[in-house]
Design a protein. Sequence first.
Lengths: 170, 132
Amino acid sequence: MVSSESHDRIESFNALVLRHKAMIWHICSDYNVGKAWKTEDCIQEVLISLWRSYGTFEERSSEKTWVWRVATNTMLMLKRKEDRSPQTESIEAVDVDEKDDELGHEKYKQLQQLINTLPEESSTIIRAFLDGFSYKEIAEMTNSTVGAVAMRIVRLKRKLRLMYERENNS
Amino acid sequence: MTMENNINTLNASTQRDDFKNQWECRRQWEEQAEKLAPDDKTFLHWAEKAQQDPAGLETNVIPFRRTKRWIPYAAASIVIGMAAIGLARQGQPENELPVAVEVTVENQTIHFICNNDCSAQDIILSAKKVIK
């Protein structure tokens, strides 16, 4: 039997998931450009991670920041694991999500793929910036200083633009 | 300036614009994500499954995750041979518990337990046994 306390906890977790579902989808999708099926698997892994660490959320950071961090860390862990494992394919092949393309995800696909090639820390910083977190929040997330974050973002943007131009020239 | 230089300048300028466009599109992800993310019902279903995870507070329930893939093509051909769309998972080495697997065959969904380190082949073989 589920106690009232447990029931409240479950309800509150479900509400949190719905409040941040777009962001969770977006983070998982960015790490799996063009692979809608894989995004779904990753979302489920992220929800498991969120549930596991739900008790440790102390509201020292904002809820959004906490969800972002848990989701990003889960994705990094999955990516590391995938890099170590032999490559496998979906039984439904690599399904290009038509809905995805219609709505314009295609527009930043190349940029996203380039971000995925950056070292972990750099890609995390640039994603956080693009997701609208302030320099201060990013500094807290990465145990850095506001000045250092600002400088890295300028450099990373420049680097990405050069990578983009180089790729399109070749 | 030569024709070639003109073309190069034009290309560089177009690429800068393309990059800027992608950058701006990426910054405006929220509206798009709202449209593309699975619906509330799907998310709540996944949240419910996540709460059955043994590392969560609730439970001794064997984890059940609706996870579709990681099946190599060799195994996929067996699934297709069975006229099946498989929903299965390959075990995760770091997960020390057995995993529950769901396979849907001709609209019939079956569940069974696999060892944490089972391969896709094991999953398919187990599914075959259950179906027979």
